[in-house]
Design a protein around this ligand. Structure first.
Ligand code: PLP
Length: 299
């Protein structure tokens, strides 16, 4: 009888057709022991955080919003001038990893693509999937958030594109530090605000608000990630006749909105129950509908 592994790792031999393969003539991807060591200590992904990633949710072996994640992966690669990823090979690796984890109701699949060993010219790529944590409490009971200044103006992407805001780079140390700051302040998560007072995003999530009967996300033209989960929930809204909009949002809106959520690929929709220590209402029914819809996505 076969058992589902706790995690699965696939290493790509040639993550981009525009760069040499790691090993001449080797198979496009190898499923290897996830607990063994595979990545060189001089890999720029490790030494400089010079690379990109995606985190994709999988339900019973089906990766969710796969094509949207692959498109964003390619956009992040372009922002970092990485060789264009060979999406067919990445898709095959993601599918193989997701398939091996089909025995888990929910899994998370990370695609990692780095510039490789310094001076070598061969990028590194791997896909690692694992059973995801149980997010039932966050989805049901919600999160207390603090707003933190990201230190950039809201239009930083057009003024200073080299800061790579809006690309999903491996340099998430700042995002992790912000989450620790939230914990120090007795909260669960963060909403970043620009230095000129515009609501941006969470360190690992997109902000959604219910305002005047519309489902709103901060935008347009902000230096934030295009969320695949937000996009799915806008599709849900369209099916249910709920108008949607991208709008410049202030911290005042986080208090006055009818509901606020942090949404992301693996945790799905978590209602925000307090902002900077002030409790705020949430919409339990709509939250449950969001999460049923997100769990039911089959592509
Ligand atoms: N914004 C940031 C900074 C993120 O890291 C993430 C996901 O990790 C998101 C937004 C939400 O994106 P998605 O819904 O595609 O998971």
């Amino acid at each position: 009888m076969s058992t589902t592994p706790a995690s699965t790792l696939a290493i790509l031999n040639q993550p981009s057709r525009h760069a040499p393969a790691s090993l001449d003539g080797a198979a496009p991807l190898r499923l290897v022991d996830p607990d063994a060591v595979h990545i060189g200590v001089r890999d720029l992904g490790i030494t400089r955080g010079d690379g990109i990633f995606e985190t994709i949710g999988a339900v019973s072996g089906t990766p969710q919003a796969l094509e949207a994640h692959l498109r964003r992966f390619a956009r992040s690669a372009a922002a970092l001038d990485l060789p264009e990823p060979d999406l067919d090979t990445w898709r095959a690796a993601i599918t193989a990893v997701a398939d091996s984890l089909a025995g888990h109701r929910e899994a998370a699949i990370k695609t990692i693509y780095t510039r490789g060993i310094e001076g070598d010219g061969r990028p590194t790529g791997w896909v690692h999937g694992f059973a995801s944590s149980d997010f039932a409490a966050a989805r049901r009971d919600g999160l207390r958030v603090v707003t933190l200044d990201r230190g950039y103006r809201h239009d930083v992407a057009s003024i200073s594109p080299w800061l790579l805001q809006g690309a999903k780079t491996l340099s998430y140390a700042v995002n992790s530090a912000a989450l620790r700051e939230a914990q120090r302040r007795g909260a669960d998560d963060v909403i970043f605000v620009s230095s000129d007072g515009v609501v941006l995003e969470g360190p690992t999530s997109t902000v959604l608000l219910l305002r005047d009967g519309r489902l709103v996300t901060p935008g347009p033209g902000l230096a934030i990630l295009d969320g695949t989960t937000q996009d799915s929930l806008f599709a849900f809204a369209a099916q249910h006749g709920i108008p949607t909009a991208l709008e410049l949002t202030t911290t005042e809106h986080l208090h006055s909105a009818d509901a606020v959520w942090l949404v992301s690929s693996v945790r799905h929709a978590a209602p925000v129950t307090a902002v900077d220590g002030t409790p705020r209402a949430s919409e339990a029914d709509l939250t449950a509908q969001f999460n049923r819809y997100l769990a039911g996505r089959r592509d």
